[in-house]
Design a protein around this ligand. Structure first.
Ligand code: CO8
Length: 257
């Protein structure tokens, strides 16, 4: 598929990379770029040769938020009916997505990174929810996922006080997984994605699915859900292979079935 605002590639076998490519606007998010991002990630999700995806921007900006110039003339009704506000496609992907974040991850950019399953950051990454400075509020998880990730007090300060977190602060607050120099963060994200792509893929999906449920269900419901996925794993050929390989002291040969 031909894209205008993103680039896609397979940097190493098993890994699908989607790169936001709207440098003149610091990768500001509008309907077109979010549509292209979701289309590309869904295409990788359907591709049996791909086991994990990486979503990245440029070294200067992952994304500086929703496109303020486009939103400046939009009415409430237009915003309510615009495809742009439906980011549920990102949450429905079955394979893991790692956000590789450098530079600005503000507003919708921070929210898009948080909607991914993990965040690998460069030392220059800055995370914030500055919507209040333009008279609105976060609309894609900046009051919900951020609060679950960093806690109420810090989320309040970020969203009410327009406080940006540095990469190291985000690491300390539990928002990001790893921080690397700007020269290597993307390669490190790809390495992590390749490692996950080399795991038995049915188990990868079952684990991602169960961990994401931890944010939505009670502990009792979550434990029941996990047990259901645990039983499903026992129905896979990879369970037989993995355990047989352990007993025979040899590396497993995954079939992803
Ligand atoms: N929207 C549109 N254009 C932008 C945006 C943006 N969010 N951010 C930067 N740009 C443009 C600038 O207008 C500028 O373009 P031009 O050269 O044509 O004037 C170009 O990108 C470069 O930007 P700057 O010159 O401002 O670069 P600086 O390095 O001086 O500053 C900043 C970088 C600090 C990131 C600054 O650009 C900035 O503050 N940007 C806006 C950040 C912001 O407020 N983001 C939140 C937007 S609201 C939002 O995200 C709501 C999300 C809701 C999602 C709901 C979905 C369901």
């Amino acid at each position: 598929m031909a894209y205008e605002m993103i680039l896609t590639e397979t940097p190493v076998p098993g890994v699908g990379l989607v790169r936001l490519n709207r440098p003149q606007a610091l990768n500001a998010l509008n309907s077109q770029i979010t549509g292209e991002i979701f289309d590309a990630l869904e295409a990788f999700d359907r591709d049996d040769s791909i086991g994990c995806m990486v979503l990245t921007g440029s070294d200067k900006a992952f994304a500086a938020g929703a496109d303020i110039k486009a939103m400046s003339t939009q009415t409430m009704i237009e915003m309510m009916t615009d495809d742009f506000t439906d980011w549920s496609r990102l949450t429905r992907l079955s394979k893991p997505v790692i956000a590789a974040v450098s530079g600005w991850a503000l507003g919708g950019g921070c929210e898009m990174a948080m909607t991914c399953d993990m965040i690998v950051a460069s030392e220059t990454a800055k995370f914030g929810q500055p919507e209040i400075t333009i008279g609105i509020i976060p609309g894609a998880g900046g009051t919900q996922r951020l609060t679950r990730a960093v806690g109420k007090a810090l989320a309040m300060e970020i969203a009410l006080g327009n406080r940006n977190l540095t990469a190291q602060e985000a690491l300390g607050a539990g928002l990001v997984n790893r921080v690397y120099p700007v020269e290597s963060y993307l390669q490190e994200a790809i390495n992590l994605a390749a490692k996950i792509a080399g795991m038995p893929q049915v188990a990868v999906r079952l684990i991602k699915d169960a961990i994401n449920k931890a944010h939505e269900l009670s502990l009792k419901e979550g434990l029941d859900y996990e047990k259901r996925n645990f039983y499903i794993a026992f129905g896979t050929e990879d369970k037989t292979e993995g355990m047989t390989a352990f007993v025979e002291k040899r590396p497993p040969q995954w079939k992803n079935r």
